[in-house]
Write a protein that binds this ligand. Structure first.
Ligand code: ATP
Ligand code: MG
Length: 435
């Protein structure tokens, strides 16, 4: 017979193994580091210019970053900081290499969501974050999933519970309740409204004192930060339900959106949300804060089936919110019903040679029309191989695997990212000036 103690013992063993893997992968300091990128990658894959043009520019201006040459190699290898300096200082055909960003707007926010487990959400979120950073964007990732796949793959393992989305939500409950209490005290109706009470167990945690930046952690990528998650799954959903009970008027679903509104507009360009495989308090916060909803799905029938029920349940949940809160919607910049600038479906783990996959993509296209992206993400061993090193295809050194496998995987993610970029840039252009 087995109890929770057996489960704990099994977990302890597993944690030892996890730690060993990290040691092997991130050694020597157990912190993740970012590799350098070869001049071939910088020219052809990142700046998309001719290698000889690139070499010519470097030769013409010795003050440009020179990268490093490895002992046995001839290529130069550049850090992302150096690449970004090159991007700022070089022009090709009089055109800037800087990525497009509408002036004066806040970062655009995209949720990668589907309640189907294993749809490819975290893989897509990780690869889009990396592709965008290589494209010159400053990215904030928000991990809404207590499985913490994205946090772990970005190298964050020791995360305190109160520094996660749960902390943001509990902090918001406290702040919003205080705000409502102050507002009702000041009401001129003469009848003082009852004060809403939050138990000391919450106020004593000191979350109210946490600053916006306390939730944001740096990653191995100089232009990617993350609001990480940690294993507290059941607890967060359970606690959130209790919090709602304490103050039923609390717009729990807008907590993260309000939090993000407090980040300076110019701090980031793109904010990417990795969602848990469930519709709950955390995923509703992600969806609610998003300008763009990106829904990945595998290419099988059951994945299609599940995606269909996901959008149905999400529609219902969003409609309920619109009714439940429409008369008393409190402070915050978001109006109800929730409006997305765009919603797109992305097929993942696609095998072009598989007849069933091709048929499913065709069916997706018939059903979702323009909302289906043109470029599915292909099934590739490179994801598995780089994942073994807790890395993305962008992070792994291409010399670690068959060049062709790496190249094909990268092109597939690049095509999907380029389409994603068009989507978020259009959404960004449409964002109203919220100031
Ligand atoms: N393009 C791909 N090629 C090969 N394997 C892939 C690809 N995309 C995802 N996978 C693999 O599929 C599995 C599930 O992917 P992922 O973790 O991204 O899904 P998820 O939707 O985030 O899952 P969860 O719902 O548990 O959060 C992982 O083992 C991942 O490595
Ligand atoms: Mg995931």
């Amino acid at each position: 017979m087995f109890t929770h103690e057996d489960l704990s013992a099994l977990q302890a063993n597993s944690l030892k193994m996890q730690s060993w893997i990290r040691q092997q992968t991130f050694s020597p300091e157990m912190t993740k580091t970012l590799r350098r990128f070869s001049s071939w990658e910088v020219a052809e894959l990142i700046f998309q210019i001719n290698q000889s043009t690139f070499r010519g520019r470097l030769a013409a201006d010795p003050s440009l970053p020179a990268g490093e040459v490895e002992a046995d190699g001839r290529q130069r290898w550049y850090s992302l900081d150096e690449i970004n300096e090159l991007r700022r200082r070089m022009k090709v055909n009089r055109k800037s290499l800087m990525p497009k960003r509408p002036a004066g707007k806040r970062a655009v926010r995209c949720a990668i969501a589907n309640f189907k487990g294993g749809a490819g959400k975290s893989t897509v979120a990780l690869h889009f974050a990396h592709a965008a950073a290589l494209d010159g964007y400053r990215v904030l990732a928000v991990d809404f999933d207590p499985q913490a796949t994205l946090s772990h793959s970005m190298g964050l393992t020791d995360v305190a519970e109160d520094h996660t989305v749960w902390g943001i939500m509990a902090r918001d409950l406290e702040r919003e309740t205080n705000r409502m209490n102050t507002a009702s005290q000041g009401a001129e109706s003469g009848t003082a409204l009852p004060q809403r009470k939050i138990p000391a167990s919450i106020t004593d945690m000191g979350l109210g004192d946490l600053r916006v930046n306390d939730f944001i952690k740096p990653t191995a990528w100089p232009t990617i930060d993350i609001v990480p998650s940690c294993a507290n799954a059941a607890f967060v959903e359970f606690a959130s339900a209790q919090y709602r009970h304490m103050n039923p008027e609390w717009s729990f679903f807008a907590a993260v959106s309000r939090y993000l509104d407090a980040i300076p507009d110019d701090a980031y360009d793109l904010i990417i949300f990795d969602c848990p495989p469930a519709i709950g308090y955390q995923s509703m916060n992600a969806v609610f804060a998003a300008d763009v909803l990106y829904i990945p799905s595998g290419p099988g029938y059951w994945e299609y089936d599940s995606t269909t029920s996901f959008i149905g349940q999400l529609a219902e949940a969003l409609e309920d919110l619109s009714h439940g809160f429409s008369h008393s919607f409190p402070a915050g910049k978001i109006a109800l019903p929730k409006v997305f600038q765009d919603i797109r479906f992305l097929v993942t783990r696609y095998e072009p040679g598989n007849e069933l996959h091709r048929a499913m993509v065709e069916a997706f296209g018939k059903v979702f029309g323009d909302r289906l992206t043109d470029h599915p993400i292909e099934m590739t061993r490179a994801v598995e191989q780089s994942g073994r090193f807790l890395s993305s295809v962008y992070e792994i050194d291409y010399r670690e695997m068959t060049r062709d496998t790496w190249r094909r995987a990268r092109s597939s993610f690049d095509r999907a990212y380029t389409e994603f970029r068009t989507t978020f840039q259009d959404a960004w252009d449409q964002l109203e000036d919220e100031q």
